[in-house]
Design a protein. Structure first.
Length: 124
């Protein structure tokens, strides 16, 4: 049986989105979302190289892959294949991409956005 390790940040994001969905869409939507996430985790654990590489350069993030949650395509799972399954780093879209960008040190090139904040630029 493949192993699925979900990091704490990813677990918190899934829980927070479940709470949001319950408030705005009802319990049925939450149940569909959680089932879709679990199905996605299972599929990725069975075929860990299914998702495309993110293309980061730093050694710590070089093996990071991504895959959308079926039925909730705006939700993306960021994970790394392991010997016997996967390790989920984060899941969502804007927040996940932001966190992954911070993990990859080569992304920031010292440029600032108009608001004076650093801009997140996905490396290729």
């Amino acid at each position: 049986m493949p192993e699925i390790v979900v990091r704490a940040a990813a677990g918190r994001e899934i829980k927070a989105h479940g709470i949001y969905l319950e408030q705005h869409g009802g319990r049925e939507v939450v149940d569909r979302f959680l089932a879709a996430v679990n199905d996605t985790f299972g599929a990725l654990a069975t075929m860990p190289r299914m998702g495309p590489l993110c293309g980061f350069r730093r050694a710590a993030t070089r093996r990071l892959r991504r895959w959308p949650v079926k039925g909730f395509e705006n939700w993306t799972i960021f994970y790394q294949p392991k010997r016997n399954g996967i390790e989920v780093f984060t899941s969502s879209t804007a927040r996940a991409i932001s966190r992954v960008c911070w993990m990859d040190s080569c992304i920031f090139r010292g440029r600032l956005s108009p608001g004076g904040r650093r801009r997140c630029m996905m490396s290729k």
